[in-house]
Design a protein around this ligand. Structure first.
Ligand SMILES: [Zn+2]
Length: 177
C-alpha cells in the first residue's frame, strides 16, 4: 500500500462510523487530542525526529452532527452493504431478498431488503419470516452516503470490521483525504 493510500476509519463520539480519512490526517487528530486511538496499525511514521504508529481506527472526542442524505438503493449497493452475506444462513449470497415479499405488499426500499443466498431465497419464496420461524440477525436500516464504498474492497482494513458491520450503527461519509 502506498503511503498516500493509507486510510483510517473515523468514528463519531457515538461510535458510529463517520469517515475515512488519510492516516496522516488521523494521526494529526490524535496528536491534537481531537481523537483517541481505538486500533493501531503496524505502520510506523517518522516525523520531526519521533516515531509514531498510524491508527487504523480513531474515535472523535466530540460528537459531530452529520446530515443524512438518502442513498439510492441498487442491487450492488445492497450486496455491498451486507458484504454479500446471506442474512439467513450467513453464507455467501448474491441475491436480494424482500423481507416482506413484494407479492405480500413489501416495498422495494432499504427498510425491506437483505442479501440472501439462492438456497434461502428459494426456500423463503413468498413467505413471511414469521411463517418460517426465521429471524433477522440485525435491524434493517438505510445506509448513509458512501457506506457501501467504504465497507467494500478498496480501503477496508481488518480492524474496521467490528465498527462497520451493517448491524453496527453505520452512517459513513467519505471525506476527501
Ligand atoms: Zn442463505
Amino acid at each position: 500500500m502506498k503511503r498516500s493510500e493509507r486510510r483510517t476509519l473515523v468514528l463519531n463520539a457515538s461510535y458510529e462510523p463517520m469517515a475515512v480519512i488519510s492516516s496522516r490526517r488521523a494521526l494529526l487528530l490524535v496528536l491534537n487530542e481531537k481523537a483517541a486511538v481505538l486500533a493501531e496499525s503496524d505502520r510506523l511514521v517518522h516525523s520531526a525526529g519521533r516515531v509514531y504508529t498510524e491508527p487504523d481506527v480513531v474515535l472523535l472526542r466530540q460528537f459531530i452532527r452529520v446530515p443524512r442524505k438518502s442513498v439510492p438503493m441498487t442491487r450492488r449497493a445492497v450486496l455491498e452493504l451486507y458484504d454479500y452475506t446471506c442474512a439467513y444462513c450467513f453464507k455467501h449470497g448474491n441475491t436480494i431478498d424482500h423481507v416482506i415479499p413484494r407479492a405480500r405488499g413489501g416495498t422495494n426500499t432499504w427498510g425491506n431488503v437483505v442479501v440472501a443466498c439462492t438456497k434461502c431465497n428459494c426456500k423463503k419464496a413468498d413467505r413471511l419470516l414469521s411463517e418460517l420461524g426465521w429471524k433477522l440477525p440485525f435491524e434493517l436500516r438505510e445506509p448513509a452516503p458512501s457506506v457501501a464504498t467504504l465497507i467494500s474492497k478498496r480501503w477496508k482494513r481488518p480492524a474496521w470490521a467490528e465498527y462497520t458491520e451493517p448491524w453496527a450503527k453505520a452512517s459513513v461519509l467519505e471525506l476527501a483525504g
